[in-house]
Design a protein. Structure first.
Lengths: 84, 324, 494
């Protein structure tokens, strides 16, 4: 069974979140929002974005990410940038 | 909309609105006769209807004097009936209070009113009128007087209890909890001789406030005049001597009012208020025998405690001494 | 027109609701939406019809800018458009503020005419700015003029927010237009949510208002305990005032079958500053986060990263400065005075400390302590929000911490004398009964803060039960009974 790019992105995002929040128990789904993860605030949002840029080797613009409401939208956006 | 929500709006909500209103109305009806006890005037009126005093001297006035008499005993208890109020009920309130007192008690020899000029001319309006006159003095004769002098418009529009919760429910309930004990204030501290009046500074009133206050020279309007006239009539009918004295006034203001002849004009209006009966008023002035400097006051009207209030107390006690 | 007025409750709302739904059923959703535009403009014009021209003017001009952007997506056009909007806002709201400060710097005096700020200008200008940015982002395709007009003027959210993003409402409008909207289905919950909001505003906020108004008018005469009472009372007043209006907005939207974004959760239960600002004035925070904070913070974070800065300078550059800048501006958005800027500053400092605490790993505080610290900072910031001047605010805060100067009121004189504490006649705690009532309102407010659920946020799970009906009935009666008093809607001047 091949893993879809969506799943791969989600898996790597989870690694990034766990690293930035220093919490190995974080589980991300496509519906996860800032309300679900207590540590996810505006500051950490920036860190996540920078980390994503480094990891996925893309440039994320403020306009694109300013209103990503949940993890699913982040995954969609990354898929659009054809990271995988 | 789902059926249950339709049912909610047109049946449950509507029914709840009606039921709640009816329940409150019922509660309001149940407590309607309990006299409210919202402020000292309510308590005074309630006490008047239930306690006999038979004192030879009635002392009335606004909060300047009330501050004194509610805290200190300026004479033996049986000598003075403390009918002081705050300024809000004015001379109209005083008229009703005197009527009620005379109804229940033996005739006094003297009624001494020690007040500020503001009190003598003040007639409350709107909310103040409602709280300090209309909802306090509810007897037919009092209502009739108020209607006659156009303070009351007769039938107050009926409002269901739920729309005037504070008046219909809260006040009587609180009143019911507070009507004991029934007594008039006045059993206070003895007037000591060793308290020094306060010096300048501390909580003394600022010159700025005095300046603002000195600009106001309130007048005696037609309704207040009628009230004064009726008080004079009432007292004259019963052979009671009516004394009216100006309570202590800050020196700066007192001097100004003397220069502008304001106090003199007020006195003239009072004396002429009701034909001949008011001409017999014994006028006096606490400021003529003793000067009350600006720093004796904590605001343009009220004396600082305890020193200056006690000083006023000594002056008052001396004045009343000869009257018992 | 205000939501908490008889003319709205008994005349405008029933008529507009009836008309909207009847037209929707008989002539279709599209016509119903057109009627909603008329009602919304009438609602705004009722207050002061000349400013209706202003509202319509901004709608027309901003739609014009949008057309330009849809044709040629040029960043410069966006800059021009935002500049125009801010200039308008600056003129109508901040002119005197600028002139006063200009005069102060250059030591001159100026005759200032009194300003008459158009109702809700901060809200509808910002909502249009957000729209323009979204257009330039490519997030909004070309929409009809009527839809844009309704989006900006829709009366439930026109006066005091929420600041709605186009994407939140576009599908709902489209659905209604195709007769596939929610119709009546949310009317019931809408009535309940609206009643709760009305109750909060009229029965709670407006009842506390006279006490805090008096206190803030006589700041120099207050004592330690009175100062605390004043600060807490005003904080409660502001909370119920604004969350009440936010609830009413949601409730009204629901009555028309439209779901507006939530603007309030339960901020006074927050256990940290970060948590607080996720729950208070959510859409405004969102606006500033999205359009101001994120771009700046991202840029700063990148530069810090590129320069290989260590964690503390990175934090200062990428977090502290953007937060400070954002909150100073959002403070200023609330009002044209330095006190509002200070309000922003105090919150910024609280947030920066909170973030630093998290960032540098100082461990999590127990909930109660976190709550107490958060509320302390919030209450202090609210003092600046309300005070007539910065001096007054400083005076009040100083009083709150002058622990050596306890003075008891004259009606506790005997108790005071027995314990050896000075007493005198106080200016706020003037009589026993006044003080008891003030304290009772504070206690009642705190009880409601903790036990009144966030109905606007959980409207979907409301049940049409007798209990809901009873609670709604009581709240409605209390609100209607207290409606006649003079009002003072704080967020009104925005």
């Amino acid at each position: 069974m091949t893993i879809s790019s969506q799943d791969r992105i989600l898996k790597h995002l989870t690694i990034i979140f766990r690293e930035i929040f220093d919490d190995d128990d974080i589980v991300l789904t496509l519906e996860s929002t800032a309300d679900d993860i207590e540590e996810w605030d505006s500051l950490n949002q920036i860190k996540i974005i920078l980390e994503c840029e480094k990891f996925f080797q893309v440039k994320l613009k403020a306009r694109d990410i300013r209103s990503l409401n949940n993890v699913g939208e982040m995954v969609d956006h990354l898929m659009r940038l054809r990271v995988y | 909309m789902s059926r249950s929500w339709v049912f909610f709006i047109f049946i449950k909500l509507l029914a709840s609105l009606v039921v709640v209103a009816l329940l409150v109305e019922g509660l309001g009806w149940a407590v309607r006769d309990i006299p409210p006890s919202r402020h000292p005037l309510d308590k005074l009126v309630f006490a008047l209807d239930n306690v006999t005093l038979n004192a030879p001297v009635i002392l009335a006035g606004d909060s300047v004097t009330q501050d004194l008499v509610n805290t200190y005993s300026i004479s033996r208890d049986e000598n003075i009936a403390n009918l002081t109020t705050n300024a809000a009920s004015g001379m109209v309130g005083l008229l009703f209070i005197l009527q009620r007192y005379l109804f229940n008690n033996s005739l006094p020899k003297h009624v001494v009113l020690a007040a500020t000029p503001y009190f003598v001319g003040f007639v409350p309006e709107d909310g103040t009128y409602e709280t300090y006159i209309r909802s306090v003095f509810t007897r037919d004769s009092e209502r009739a007087w108020l209607r006659e002098h156009e303070l009351d418009d007769g039938g107050a529009s009926w409002k269901p209890a739920i729309l005037k919760l504070e008046n219909a429910i809260l006040d009587p309930v609180v009143g019911g909890l507070q009507t004991v004990p029934i007594k008039l204030p006045g059993k206070g501290y003895a007037l000591r001789k060793d308290i020094a009046p306060e010096s300048p500074g501390g909580n003394a009133v600022s010159q700025e406030e005095l300046r603002e206050y000195s600009k106001t020279e309130s007048q005696i309007g037609p309704v207040a005049e009628k009230a004064i006239r009726d008080i004079c009539l009432l007292l004259a009918e019963n052979d009671v001597v009516f004394h009216l004295l100006w309570a202590p006034i800050p020196k700066t203001i007192y001097v100004k009012w003397q220069q502008t002849r304001y106090l003199h004009r007020m006195e003239t209006t009072i004396l002429q208020a009701g034909g001949t009966d008011c001409a017999a008023i014994q006028l006096g002035d606490f400021n003529s025998t003793k000067s009350y400097p600006d720093h004796a006051f904590r605001d343009p009207n009220h004396l600082r405690r305890p020193g200056w209030v006690v000083a006023y107390g000594h002056a008052m006690a001396a004045y009343l001494e000869g009257l018992y | 027109m205000l939501f908490n007025s008889l003319e709205f409750l008994l005349i405008f709302l029933p008529i507009s609701l009836l008309a909207f739904h009847l037209i929707r059923i008989k002539y279709g959703g599209k016509w119903a939406l057109y009627s909603l535009i008329i009602f919304s403009l009438a609602f705004y014009g009722w207050w002061n019809y000349p400013y209706l021209l202003l509202l319509c003017g901004t709608i027309i001009i901003n739609y014009g800018f949008s057309l330009l952007l849809w044709k040629k997506n040029n960043f410069l056009i966006l800059v021009l458009a935002i500049g125009f909007n801010l200039a308008l806002l600056g003129y109508f709201k901040y002119k005197n503020f600028f002139l006063e400060n200009f005069a102060y710097i250059f030591n001159t005096e100026w005759e200032l005419e009194p300003i008459f700020i158009p109702l809700a200008i901060s809200f509808f200008i910002f909502q249009q700015i957000a729209f323009l940015i979204d257009v330039q982002d490519g997030r909004v395709t070309r929409r009809p003029f009527a839809e844009f007009t309704l989006f900006i003027s829709f009366f439930p959210q026109l006066i005091a927010g929420p600041i709605v993003l186009h994407r939140e409402i576009r599908q709902q409008f489209e659905a209604i237009g195709k007769n596939e909207g929610a119709g009546f289905s949310f009317l019931g919950p809408g009535v309940v949510v609206f009643s709760v909001g009305l109750f909060k505003k009229v029965a709670l906020a407006d009842s506390i208002a006279p006490y805090s108004d008096l206190a803030f008018a006589i700041v120099e005469k207050l004592t330690l305990l009175e100062a605390w009472a004043a600060a807490i009372a005003f904080s409660l007043q502001l909370y119920f005032d604004f969350s009440g209006y936010a609830d009413m907005a949601v409730g009204l939207g629901l009555m028309f079958g439209i779901v507006l974004p939530l603007n309030f959760k339960t901020p006074f239960r927050a256990t940290s500053m970060i948590d607080f600002w996720k729950q208070w004035h959510i859409t405004m925070t969102r606006f500033f986060m999205m359009y101001l904070y994120t771009p700046i913070a991202l840029y700063m974070a990148r530069s810090a990263d590129e320069r290989g800065l260590r964690s503390v300078p990175t934090f200062l550059l990428a977090a502290a400065i953007p937060i400070l800048g954002t909150f100073l501006l959002s403070g200023l958005w609330h009002g044209a005075a330095w006190t509002f800027v200070m309000f922003g500053a105090v919150n910024a400092i609280g947030l920066i400390v909170n973030h630093a605490w998290k960032q540098f790993g100082f461990g999590k505080l127990p909930a109660l302590l976190g709550w107490a610290l958060t509320m302390l900072i919030i209450v202090l910031s609210f003092i600046f929000f309300r005070a007539d001047s910065i001096e007054d605010a400083h005076r009040l805060i100083a009083l709150m911490f002058s622990f050596g100067d306890i003075v008891l009121p004259n009606w506790l004189s005997s108790a005071a004398q027995s314990v050896g504490i000075p007493w005198r006649t106080l200016s706020l705690f003037t009589t026993g009964s006044y003080t008891v009532r003030l304290v009772a309102w504070i206690v009642l407010g705190v009880v409601f803060v903790f036990f009144l659920p966030n109905i606007a946020g959980m409207w979907k799970s409301l049940k049409p039960s007798w209990r809901t009906a009873g609670g709604t009935a009581i709240m409605l009666w209390l609100a209607i009974g207290l409606l006649g008093r003079p009002q003072n809607f704080i967020y009104f001047q925005f």
